[in-house]
Design a protein around this ligand. Structure first.
Ligand code: AMP
Length: 400
């Protein structure tokens, strides 16, 4: 069975075609700058690359590019569209409506649409993606939606309720939802496998550290708390996002600078975090390099990041009543070994010991344990694979 996985953004659309026989990626690619010119790149599992500037006015035109590439004589990987058994879509916000993946029908699309106010950029784009997919692939190919928020739906009210007047929860569903759920779910399951334990018996903290970052506390396979909130702005500092703040900082700056809510939204989401502190870049590699060559603000940005990761691990260890495993994943978690060791060295008080050599080797897609055999907590680097989770969920639902 071959499953097409789609991650539709407002101006981009990433895809992977996965052969579920061996879970290999047969082809993958990206449509960029949809609606503003257009650039298309398609790579096959055996290394053939097709890349071109091509106008894509909307998501339907982007899907036509994907379809043509998949079927192409030169760069194709299938002979007929019938070979695509199902399509799985990543959806950022499932709100309180969706606690698990579901097969798409008109009610599901309306449900995702109704959540647009909670994720204006993302959910609106996802709906465009689903509708475009129906246009190009037709209704015979089943489509499934997999929600970033779903894995976090086990959080108890004490973790997801914000202490603002309760009426806003009732009126607008203002609460913590959490994001990157598909990634936290994948690495937590893989972590239990690597430990050779039933996930029901493991307490773990999964650190998804990328351009967007979130940290999650998982007990017996169920999320009990996570750092992102109503939106992906909450939690630890990120590439361009603030993470958690005293809310008065927002009103103070807005009043001083005369910024509107929308201007504040841009400042908090696009101009803050690594970029805002360092003034160098939102990219961890650039900021780390600048810090190493003596840039004080870049060094401060790194110190803040490592300190915040440390604090989350400390507080989630308390929330879990102890921790058996810590997992690092995503661009920074999988590659920036200096942050991992700096954080873990400060966890020595709770018996965490990381092997410096194993830590240095775990980069660029290498999976493995980086803690020493006598560490009281197992520490892992696990490359995330959200597409595979989406493909597995899609297959499971269509086989039902
Ligand atoms: P992500 O959002 O998961 O793609 O992660 C992007 C972040 O990972 C950026 O801040 C990068 O600097 C960081 N990163 C560090 N090393 C690498 C690497 N070898 N490949 C990709 N991203 C990396």
């Amino acid at each position: 069975m071959k499953i097409l996985v789609i991650n539709a953004g407002s101006s981009s659309m990433k895809y992977q075609l996965i052969d579920m026989e061996d879970e290999s990626v047969i082809a993958k690619g990206n449509c960029e700058r949809i609606g503003a010119g257009g650039h298309f790149k398609h790579t096959t599992g055996d290394g053939r690359v097709y890349e071109t500037d091509v106008v894509m006015n909307n998501h339907t035109e982007a899907f036509v590019q994907i379809k043509n590439a998949l079927l192409s004589d030169e760069y194709g990987v299938i002979k007929n569209l019938d070979e695509v058994s199902a399509i799985g879509h990543r959806i950022v916000q499932g709100g309180a409506l969706f606690s698990e993946s579901v097969i798409v029908n008109e009610d599901v699309i309306k449900g995702i649409e109704s959540l647009i106010p909670l994720a204006p950029l993302h959910n609106a784009a996802h709906v465009q993606g689903i509708r475009a997919c129906l246009d190009v692939f037709g209704t015979e190919v089943p489509e499934v939606v997999v929600f970033d928020t779903a894995f976090h739906s086990t959080m108890p009210p004490k973790a997801f309720t914000y202490p603002v007047p309760y009426e806003y929860y009732e009126k607008y569903a203002v609460r913590r939802y959490g994001f990157h759920g598909t990634s936290h779910r994948y690495v937590s399951q893989r972590c239990a496998e690597l430990m050779g334990k039933d996930i029901k018996d493991v307490k773990m903290i999964t650190c998804h550290l990328g351009n967007g970052s979130s940290i999650t506390a998982i007990k017996g396979g169920k999320v009990i708390d996570t750092s992102m909130g109503l939106t992906p702005l909450d939690g630890i500092m990120m590439g361009t996002r603030t993470g958690s703040l005293d809310p008065s900082v927002v009103t103070f700056i807005a009043e001083k600078e005369g910024f509107t809510p929308s201007e504040m939204d841009t400042l908090l989401n696009k101009k803050s975090g690594f970029l805002g502190i360092s003034g160098v870049s939102s990219d961890d590699r650039d900021v780390t390099a600048a810090a190493e060559s003596g840039n004080e603000r870049a060094k401060l940005a790194i110190d803040i990041l490592e300190y915040q990761i440390l604090k989350y691990i400390g507080s989630y260890t308390a929330a879990l009543g102890g921790v058996d495993a810590i997992v690092f994943t995503a661009g920074i978690g999988e590659n920036q070994c200096s942050h991992r060791i700096n954080v873990c060295d400060q966890l020595a008080y709770m018996g965490v010991k990381v092997d410096a050599e194993l830590n240095a080797k775990a980069t660029r897609g290498v999976e493995g344990k980086i803690s020493t055999p006598d560490s009281t907590v197992d520490v892992f680097v696990i490359p995330t694979n959200e597409e595979l989770v989406i493909a597995r969920d899609t297959m499971a639902l269509v086989q039902k």
